[in-house]
Design a protein around this ligand. Structure first.
Ligand SMILES: C[S@@+](CC[C@H](N)C(=O)[O-])C[C@H]1O[C@@H](n2cnc3c(N)ncnc32)[C@H](O)[C@@H]1O
Length: 261
């Protein structure tokens, strides 16, 4: 019996354990490398899209921020949801108190490094959570909430918009720029439907639905005023991502609340 036990121990110690350790180490290293690679591709692709196709319209979208900052009573606070690698820092006015909601910690080092180039922005909080439920983010506390290229990815847009509405101060504004679904019956829409439903596109892009009718969610979001412009970005290569939307939604202010009572 003692001999059998010794043989089993030998097999476990010299064969099973080393193979297990090797497998776990390989998985860890390979997993890390894959994550790093994914993160690098994501960083460069988003930067390129932002610079090449969105820059001018982002300037128009974010132009009112300076004015809103002037009118803000305390420090001017912005919460960005789905921060990614931080493509929007350059549009935020001097003295902005900045917070973000980003479920993935893998981009932290990239956006923190980029933020060092914008000394005029003060980092206040970063919440690693999904925007569908942000229990740690206080209600009525931000002048502005921003989302770019994120409403296409979130799992539940109505819940996200409800949370954005909750955390905005009364009278605060939500700024958004998203790629959206093409019009029903168009070739672009047919391609978007096919690619979203029948290819791994959504899986490899972290859940992006290129056929999402985001404007419908904005229309039903319960903000006091919703204004957006639908347009097409100028690209033949990414033709299925041409339909875009940018705009703002404003939460009812205290004055309006009192008036309506
Ligand atoms: C396509 S990237 C856009 C990044 C950045 N906003 C930009 O314009 O480059 C979408 C980002 O949303 C984040 N995200 C995905 N699901 C989310 C959710 N439910 N709540 C908040 N952010 C989410 C992803 O981690 C990713 O960083």
């Amino acid at each position: 019996m003692a001999k059998v036990d010794a043989n089993i121990s030998f097999v476990i110690f010299y064969c099973v354990a080393p193979v297990l350790i090797l497998l776990l180490t390989a998985r860890y290293i390979f997993g890390l490398t894959l994550k790093k690679l994914e993160s690098k591709i994501f960083e460069h692709l988003l930067s390129w899209i932002s610079r090449r196709y969105l820059e001018k319209d982002k300037q128009l979208l974010f132009e009112p921020l300076a004015d809103l900052k002037q009118r803000s009573r305390g420090p001017f606070s912005i919460l960005e949801i789905g921060l990614g690698c931080g493509e929007n820092f350059k549009f935020y006015p001097k003295g902005t108190h900045f917070s973000c909601v980003e479920p993935s910690p893998h981009h932290d080092s990239v956006w923190k490094k980029r933020l060092e180039n914008y000394r005029h922005i003060k980092l206040v909080d970063c919440f690693h959570t999904y925007a569908e439920s942000m229990p740690d983010v206080k209600s009525d506390s931000y002048d502005v909430v921003v989302s770019t290229l994120t409403l296409c990815t979130v799992r539940d847009p109505p819940s996200v918009l409800k949370e954005i509405h909750r955390v905005l101060k009364p009278g605060g504004s939500f700024f958004t720029m998203e790629h959206v679904a093409g019009s029903k019956g168009s070739v672009i829409r047919a391609v978007q439907d096919l690619v979203t439903m029948y290819t791994p596109y959504s899986y490899v892009t972290g859940g992006c639905k290129m056929n999402r009718e985001t404007w419908a969610y904005l229309d039903q979001s319960g903000f006091q005023s919703v204004q957006y412009r639908q347009y097409s970005i100028n690209t033949w290569m990414l033709f299925f991502l041409r339909p875009f939307l940018y705009g703002t939604a404003v939460k009812k202010g205290i004055e309006e609340k009192i008036k309506s009572k």
